[in-house]
Design a protein around this ligand. Structure first.
Ligand SMILES: [Fe+2]
Ligand SMILES: [Fe+2]
Length: 307
């Protein structure tokens, strides 16, 4: 029987699940919770305190899980839920989105549902000035490309309206681009969290090709827009032609590209320095601020401070 991993942060204490939940012990999937049973808050906390980040469901129950996750995202509107819990749900939902998006882009249903879920996170980010901070509080330092992409998406969706981007289609394309921009890096086997200067020689040329490899991986998917592809292709262009692959000037790129490239660079810097995004802003400004627009940096700083 095939199993499918789910992020523990997407499970809500006290709410019933509509799928059987398994835990992986010594390479065996052990039945942990029955479908229609609620997840007890203490049990959930115990698992988290033991460092368990993922549980598992039967692969054929993935749809049920995604519906459950969607209902969880609705609770981002609830006045009863704490900001901490909202941050956990939004964050782990975005990581789940990043992990599954390439596959979900194959069908209209998959695409529309992903769009629906991402829109709920966007709504939360737009409804509350402290939302981005609450998401990143729980994020910590990214340890893989999917966590990185989820954080880049949350940062970008939080920052974009602050710099005047409000068009829902543009925001959704930006979210898609953020979630899939580094698929090429994963495919090329480029290790996560290393500065490019520290990569082995045989990977350097591959590294420079990763934006175009990411584009190629999703270019034939019907629902990926030309704008999303362009955002992905240009996501490493920074400063006055200091990025790659085409050494474009950042100022000449559209505002949503400028937002994505800043958030990507910021999040990557966090994973390389192993300092959580919320604690990094001052150091980052000193080291890399000159590559980006001052206005965008100031707004990023305010957002990270929850203002
Ligand atoms: Fe990249
Ligand atoms: Fe990236």
């Amino acid at each position: 029987m095939a199993h499918f991993p789910i992020r523990i942060g997407t499970l809500r204490p006290g709410h019933s699940v509509f799928f059987d939940v398994f835990i992986l012990i010594s390479e065996k999937y052990v039945h942990y919770l029955r479908s229609s049973d609620p997840f007890d808050a203490d049990r959930l906390e115990k698992l988290k305190s033991k460092g368990v980040k993922k549980l598992y469901i039967r692969a054929e129950e993935e749809k049920n899980y995604l519906s459950y996750m969607e209902a969880g995202l609705d609770s981002l509107k609830s006045a009863k839920m704490s900001k901490v819990q909202k941050g956990v749900i939004a964050r782990d939902s975005m990581v789940t989105e990043a992990e599954n998006l390439e596959r979900n882009l194959d069908s209209q249903e998959g695409y529309e549902k992903a769009q629906n879920r991402v829109s709920k996170v966007l709504e939360y980010l737009m409804s509350d000035k402290g939302a981005a901070k609450s998401i990143l509080t729980n994020a910590g330092v990214s340890t893989d490309a999917y966590q990185h992409s989820a954080n880049v998406a949350s940062l970008s969706l939080g920052l974009a309206p602050r710099v005047g981007i409000f068009d829902p289609d543009e925001l959704f394309d930006l979210a898609m681009a953020a979630l899939i921009h580094d698929l090429g890096k994963v495919k090329l086997g480029i290790p996560f969290g290393l500065e490019k200067e520290k990569l082995p020689r045989n990977l350097i040329t591959k590294y420079y090709s990763h934006p175009s490899v990411s584009v190629d991986m999703v270019a034939d998917k019907k629902y990926v827009t030309a704008r999303t592809l362009r955002l992905i292709a240009d996501h490493e262009e920074i400063g006055d032609g200091d990025g790659f692959p085409e050494h474009k000037k950042l100022i000449k790129l559209p505002p949503c590209s400028q937002v994505l490239n800043l958030c990507n660079d910021y999040e990557r810097y966090s994973s390389i320095q192993k300092i959580p995004p919320l604690e990094l802003f001052r150091t980052y400004i000193g080291e890399r601020g000159h590559f980006f627009m001052e206005e965008h940096l100031l707004k990023l700083g305010a957002m990270l401070a929850g203002k």
